[in-house]
Design a protein around this ligand. Sequence first.
Ligand SMILES: Nc1ncnc2c1ncn2[C@@H]1O[C@H](COP(=O)(O)OP(=O)(O)OP(=O)(O)O)[C@@H](O)[C@H]1O
Ligand SMILES: [Mg+2]
Length: 330
Amino acid sequence: MPETRKPTPVKAPLLEVRDLKTWFPIKRGLFSITDGYVRAVDGISFVLDRNETLGLVGESGCGKTTLGRTLLGLEQATAGDIVFDGVSIPTLGRRQMNRLRRHIQVVFQDPLSSLNPRMNVMDIVTEGLVQFGMVEGSKQEHAARLLGEVGMNRDAIYRWPHEFSGGQRQRISIARALSLKPDLIICDEAVSALDVSVQAQVINLFLKLQKDHRLSYLFISHDLSVVSNIADRVAVMYLGQIVEFGNTADIVRNPLHPYTRALIAAVPVAGGKHIASDAVRGEPPSPASPPEGCRFHPRCPEVMPVCRHTAPNVMEKDGHQVMCHLYSQA
Ligand SMILES: Nc1ncnc2c1ncn2[C@@H]1O[C@H](COP(=O)(O)OP(=O)(O)OP(=O)(O)O)[C@@H](O)[C@H]1O
Ligand SMILES: [Mg+2]
């Protein structure tokens, strides 16, 4: 008799973003008439699994923070869908969104401005627990445990943010993000302000915490060399869109999009390649009036006639997804 097998249930990814757009209206004149839109995020799709790190790289102004803020519910999506753990975020009411917020936390670049200077470390790291009524036992014990997780001594609990170094302050921000046992942490330039040696320590801490707690990270940085040290996969963003997506090692070894290639230049990274973040010629155009055709064409060293009038589709090539006419005929 033939064996009848039940199909294995396919586990949904932690996060699925579908054709997401976040546009900001440009208001003009006495009557604040909308006169166009800044298309900060303009049709982005990706999937993030549990226990996975997705790196998001691109120049200043390409929409990285806006994407992160939209995922956090801090900006309203103009179109598209964000499905987190099977729930569509844009359809949620304020109360449901607040409940979900516990599962998505954020670590910003500048801990000094994101940590309240009038709160001591204990209150900072337990603030969320108090808000969600999750303090069992003493706040001191919760704070000491959280500080232990990020490699800090419990003596720190009665001290103030300004008493710490940049790296220690970032550890405090991470302890705060961890307090609510999130599934996803959005790290927005979380190590960009730190010295290289401290950067490496904080990245190692992120890696350890991921292992201990099965965390997923969206790791945002303008610097591909930083991202390549932590991300499983990388999305390269240009003017509100993802132009290349793939496994980190593949992207670093075999970048396909001329923009990704242009990001690769003079700084050593894991894997032997050299990457710099400021190696692209010229300034990016405004996201309020992106160029016709391929958005990168005015700066592209390999521009072809088709690029000037027709936007490329996303194509599969060498296991990457790439949005470029160079691969249209392949
Ligand atoms: N609230 C807002 N209102 C209008 N425009 C905005 C708003 N927030 C961001 N923008 C614009 O959206 C675009 C993307 O900005 P965003 O901060 O997301 O970029 P970024 O990739 O994070 O840049 P950086 O690397 O400098 O942090 C920019 O042109 C920015 O000026
Ligand atoms: Mg930003």
